[in-house]
Design a protein around this ligand. Structure first.
Ligand code: SF4
Length: 455
């Protein structure tokens, strides 16, 4: 591409920049950031303009870590607000076409990195912006005007994150106003098949894509403007299980698009046929067999789950487009869905989540459950989790006790005695010996007890 100091192309999509070859980190788990794309009136966009608020790459220190925000404004006669999430998700792919620039995740959990080689060749954010302008306009005819702003100044990034979160909330709230049964068609997203070939995101009103960027409304808008793009329609078909969320249309579609690898999908359960997980999910729901409950951990949480492992380790086991029993990559918006894991008991089954996430989705948690869900402050391992749940009389314990009773049925003793002394005769070194054994608080079990009156 003209005037860009590095190559740009699909071949760089899978490029990983390791720490040893990193020039700077932008946003990411140890900093902060957000990306946002807005559809605005044409008079609010200066077409082709790229602005950097704060230091650009050439003013950054090698090895440094900087807060980072991306704001893209687009305008066009045929554009509608519902397209924002879909176009915003494209940022991930377009950024990764740039040699020496890595983009991970979405929304307010983005993590970007610039390589030493790219910085040496003179790559700046200004160039990244020009590439984005070019790629967006060439891929989407409907975008008539586009303007890109990068934020690296801390105060400006904070303001940008706050604004972005407001928009995400608004988008998610809109999607939760309708339910799966209110519509005849669902949507699919195949964008992540580039690194998870069997992953097919089924997007319904009650379940947004794992990355959180694509809701049912955004799927519908995307199909209108780009019918042959990565987002397509899924005919709903027959309802096979309304609680777990199994539909014949989704099963058929997923079977075909996963090349026969995935046969069945439950939208709202972690078990048997859970939805596949790609790798860019915002959170993971995971089954904790020791308490028969469900934990949730999100990408921003850097501590360990009660299993003793952090999000990153768990994500490595869950992603890649496979169905992992008891594990499910989800969006934060799904936690607000009225059908949230309803096949497994929904919020009554949730036992642990990071305090920050619990606060963030507070309004979605039923009031009677809020205090019963442990966070890292009350439970750091399985033992402390179990005692917290017992203390709070969490509903999972009822099921757990029933299970334990089933496994080890306790027989009723025939008699209990505070003290029972039994005379014993035995032989030691060939000679007979007599002694007594005393049982304290003895419980006597017997197949049959015969009581006879003394004559
Ligand atoms: S996580 Fe799902 S919705 Fe999001 S980009 Fe990937 S395939 Fe699409």
């Amino acid at each position: 591409m003209k005037d860009i100091p590095v190559d740009v192309g699909l071949i760089y999509e899978g490029e990983r920049i390791r720490k040893s070859s990193m020039y700077v980190d932008l946003a990411g788990p140890k900093s902060k950031g957000a990306e946002l794309l807005l559809v605005v009136p044409p008079e609010e966009v200066e077409d082709g303009r790229v602005e950097v608020v704060g230091p650009d790459v050439d003013q950054m220190e090698e090895g440094g870590r900087y807060p980072f925000g991306i704001l893209i404004k687009v305008a066009g006669e045929k554009l509608e607000e519902d397209l924002e999430g879909v176009f915003e998700r494209k940022l991930h792919y377009f950024c990764n076409y740039i040699q020496g620039f890595m983009h991970l995740n979405s929304r307010d959990i983005i993590w970007c990195r610039i390589s030493k080689d790219a910085a040496k060749k003179g790559l700046k954010l200004e160039h990244v912006g020009k590439v984005l302008v070019n790629l967006y306009k060439s891929e989407f005819d409907v975008i008539e005007k586009i303007q890109v702003t990068f934020y690296t100044d801390e105060k400006a990034v904070d303001e940008h994150i706050a604004r972005a979160r407001e928009v995400y909330e608004k988008r998610d709230a809109r999607a939760s106003a309708i339910k799966d049964e209110d519509v005849d068609v669902f949507y699919s997203c195949l964008l992540c098949q580039s690194f998870a070939p069997t992953h097919v995101c089924a997007i319904t009103p009650s379940r947004s894509g794992g990355c959180g960027a694509v809701t049912w409304f955004e799927g519908r808008a995307a199909v209108k403007v780009d019918p042959s793009g990565p987002i397509g329609e899924i005919p709903k078909g027959e309802v096979i299980d309304p609680v777990k969320g199994e539909y014949s249309g989704i099963n058929e579609y997923v079977r075909e698009k996963s090349n026969g690898t995935i046969e069945r999908v439950y939208l709202h359960s972690l078990f048997d046929y859970p939805h596949t997980s790609c790798g860019c999910f915002e959170a993971i729901a995971f089954y904790i067999p020791e308490v028969d409950g469900i934990g949730i951990v999100h990408r921003d949480f850097h501590g360990v789950t009660p299993f003793g492992i952090p999000f990153s380790t768990m994500a490595g086991q869950v992603g890649g487009g496979v169905q992992s029993q008891g594990f499910l990559g989800i969006s934060i918006a799904y936690l607000r869905s009225p059908k949230f894991l309803q096949g497994d008991g929904g919020w009554r089954r949730v036992v642990w989540m990071p305090a920050q996430l619990k606060e963030r989705v507070r309004s979605a948690i039923p009031e009677e459950m809020y205090e019963k869900i442990a966070t890292e402050n009350e439970a750091q391992d399985l033992e402390s989790l179990r005692s917290f749940l017992e203390q709070k009389q969490h509903p999972v314990l009822e099921g757990l006790k029933r299970e334990e009773e089933k496994e080890a049925p306790e027989e009723e003793p025939a008699a209990t005695m505070p003290e029972l002394t039994v005379p014993v005769q035995a032989t030691a070194a060939g000679a007979p010996v007599e002694f007594t054994i005393t049982f304290k608080n003895a419980r006597i079990y017997a197949e049959k007890v015969i009581i006879r009156r003394k004559e």
